[in-house]
Design a protein around this ligand. Structure first.
Ligand code: PRP
Ligand code: URA
Length: 212
């Protein structure tokens, strides 16, 4: 194991405000999508705080000097379909050269266990810092299964970013993948009997795509 994963809950007022708007039933699909993009951009700003920098020689109109730039643009974003797709554009706004992989999983409505239907990852994913993204971390089953797939490709630096997490999901993900950093906009109270997050925002995929 390469590193000890940490849990970061972003308490920035803008993030809290926008997540509260996303939770509200009265928020339309259009507004929900726009808010998701905005929140994810803000979260990406925070989640990339520790990316390594390198010295580069540049020339300004005044002088030559040594300044900092990102050491690599070796980032991969892996949304868990389908709701994770709502995270991709907000991240690409800040990291336009990131490669994007996709993992398709849905929760079986009876067992709440993840069922895989698609997996396509960048060919060089093992060289990259990977951000697995999904709005909801409920039981943790989907995030754990997605990261299991990615680890089969010998990836070492994995992060998981979500909007809302239940304590049960955080605990399960940390237990299964203790090396993964977890970035959360809001930590909620508990899961209900259908394994939905309370208070949550409902079904993230339905809210993003207007299916219901
Ligand atoms: C939702 C959500 C996560 C998963 C979280 O997806 O987007 O992927 O549930 O739940 P878990 O932590 O208990 O696994 P869903 O299965 O509803 O599929 P969808 O994105 O296709 O709607
Ligand atoms: N998936 C969702 O979309 N919402 C929840 O609250 C739990 C799982």
């Amino acid at each position: 194991m390469n590193r000890e994963g940490k849990v970061y809950v972003f308490d920035h007022p803008l993030i809290q405000h926008k997540v509260t708007l996303m939770r509200q039933t009265s928020t339309t699909t259009k507004e929900f999508r726009e808010l998701a993009r905005e929140v994810v951009t803000l979260m990406t700003f925070e989640a990339t705080r520790d990316l390594p920098l390198k010295d580069v020689e540049i020339e300004t109109p005044i002088t030559k000097c040594t300044m900092k730039m990102l050491a690599g643009e070796d980032i991969a974003i892996v949304p868990i379909l389908r709701a994770g797709l709502g995270f991709v554009d907000g991240m690409l706004d800040l990291i336009p050269n990131a490669k994007v992989g996709h993992i398709g999983l849905y929760r079986d409505p009876e067992t709440h266990e993840p069922v895989e239907y698609y997996c396509k990852l960048p060919a060089d994913i093992e060289k990259r810092e990977v951000f697995v993204v999904d709005p909801m971390l409920a039981t943790g089953g989907s995030a754990i299964a997605a990261i299991d797939f990615i680890k089969m490709r010998h990836v070492e630096n994995i992060n998981f970013m979500c909007l809302i997490a239940a304590p049960e999901g955080i605990e399960a993900l940390q237990k299964a993948h203790p090396d993964v950093n977890i970035y959360i906009a809001a930590k909620d109270d508990h899961l209900n009997e259908h394994a939905y997050i309370v208070p949550g925002l409902g079904d993230a995929g339905d809210r993003l795509y207007g299916t219901k």
